[in-house]
Design a protein around this ligand. Structure first.
Ligand code: PMP
Length: 453
């Protein structure tokens, strides 16, 4: 019979782990008190308060696959800044690029030769012919949507239930019995969802066809496999259907590769020959410096350049904003990441270790008869508390267990293993070792043994 996790036992273990955390982290406790005096909520971004710790763990430093806290404890970092540090902390090539360029000035609102090199490298790697920069994946998605609206003259953005694409208003939506409502926890922000949003379940071709039939959807914004509610892989044939149906409906397709870049050096798009109108990639692309890129077809680029032509509008931004976008420092570091860091060899290493992690977690699940499953997308693993791989966001959501998640994460953190706070994602970087992976597997095994004892 499948083992069940008793909530009362989980509460007990959580309380013990909170106590243990308090004993281990006195300096973080002091900084947390200090932080509350000047930062709203005590942290620079409220998400930093969302870890399962009684107060935030303060980072002292990080190198490779390791984070050190301000009390001097070392952690195997399998969160890697929720992908932002996917190619390792303080990667030597990135560090050198930052130092080299610091002497040349950061930003002047003028293009650099590095920018041309970045465009060429992105073209070669991902296949889309023309590129633009943004400061974050959120911004890149917002600009991609704006472009699709310009190209189609339509307003609606279709997303998949359970998605996350950043702080993009149109996407913070759920379908409640046919009514579009703000997603729980996100305020409406004056958005008229009925007019500008549509939402369907992933992997459901009929629902997609129906939603596109009205001819009023400007774009579908999709991760090629969902990654923000656990991993929901695309079923065979779904991407073909998605592309055919969007084309037939005159709807543009934006593929957001911000997380699925774990698949391989050319992302899921190259590995599976996808053919989007717009391609978005953020987070890891400049080694931790805030930056994102979006690639586009010639047709979309024509729409953009037509619209943003100097003589076309009185203001200089056209709604595609960001004074620091494409600055010289960022482009220099991004060029280095593309040339020296995101290499096939790095991916071979990361994917090999992710396979080791997948096998280890699978063994723990089987040994304790947990009725969970583990999925892998290249260098990224995810375990979910349900026996089978979900087909859509709704199924993935049903498999979530916030108490189990929090207890597990705090237990692992207290044993020197960091997982991303919002779900059980385990990510490899080029500096991760087999010993790091095995440490996670052993700590997971210890956790399960403790809770089931
Ligand atoms: N797209 C996807 C798929 C993401 O997972 C995220 C963030 N988790 C974003 C976009 C937004 O990235 P950022 O917060 O860096 O803007």
């Amino acid at each position: 019979m499948t083992a069940t996790m008793d909530p009362a036992r989980l509460e007990q273990v959580l309380a013990e782990e909170e106590e243990r955390y308090r004993r281990r982290t006195p300096r973080s406790a002091e900084l947390a008190v200090e932080g509350r005096r000047s930062l709203a909520g005590g942290v620079p971004l409220h998400w930093m308060g969302n870890w399962p710790t009684p107060y935030p763990l303060f980072m002292g430093g990080a190198a490779g696959a390791q984070v050190t806290d301000v009390d001097g404890h070392e952690y195997v970092d399998l969160c890697l800044g929720d992908t932002g540090a996917m190619f390792g902390h303080a990667h030597p090539a990135v560090r050198e690029a930052m130092i080299r360029h610091a002497r040349r000035g950061a930003t002047a609102m003028l293009p650099t030769a590095d920018g041309n090199a970045v465009g060429r490298l992105l073209q070669e790697r991902f296949g889309l012919p023309l590129w633009q920069l943004a400061t974050s994946a959120t911004d890149a998605n917002r600009f991609a949507i704006r472009m699709c609206r310009l190209a189609t003259g339509r307003d609606k953005v279709l997303v998949f239930a359970g998605k996350y694409h950043g702080s993009v208003d149109e996407t913070h939506v759920v379908d409640v019995n046919g009514r579009l409502e703000p997603q729980p926890g996100v305020s409406r922000n004056a958005v008229d969802f009925d007019r500008v949003s549509a939402v369907v379940e992933f992997n459901d071709v009929d629902a997609l066809e129906k939603a596109l039939a009205g001819g009023d959807v400007a774009c579908v914004l999709a991760e090629p496999a969902m990654t923000n509610i656990g991993i929901v892989p695309a079923v065979d044939g779904y991407h073909d259907a998605l592309r055919e149906l969007t084309r037939a409906a005159g709807t543009k397709l934006i593929i957001d590769e911000t997380h699925t870049i774990s698949t391989g050096p050319g992302g899921y798009t190259r590995a599976h020959d996808l053919d989007p109108d717009v391609f978005v990639l953020g987070k890891a692309i400049a080694g931790g410096i805030p930056a994102a890129v979006y690639g586009m077809t010639e047709e979309m680029a024509g729409t953009l350049t037509d619209y943003t032509r100097k003589e076309n509008h009185g203001s200089s931004h056209g709604g595609f904003g960001g004074t620091l976008v494409g600055n010289a420092l960022t482009l220099h570091v991004m060029r280095t990441v593309l040339e020296e860091v995101m290499t096939p060899a790095a991916y071979d290493h990361m994917i090999g270790l992710a396979s080791r992690c997948e096998a280890g977690v699978q063994e723990v699940i089987a040994r304790h008869d947990l009725g969970w499953h583990v999925t892998r997308l290249g260098a990224r693993c995810e375990y979910l508390f349900a026996p089978s791989v979900p087909r859509n966001g709704g199924e993935a959501k049903a498999a979530r267990n916030p108490l189990l998640n929090a207890t597990l994460h705090l237990f692992l953190l207290n044993r020197g293993v960091l997982l991303t706070p919002f779900h059980s994602m385990v990510l490899m970087c080029p500096a991760t070792t087999a010993a790091d992976v095995d440490r996670h597997t052993a700590a997971l095994d210890e956790f399960v043994g403790t809770v089931l004892a």
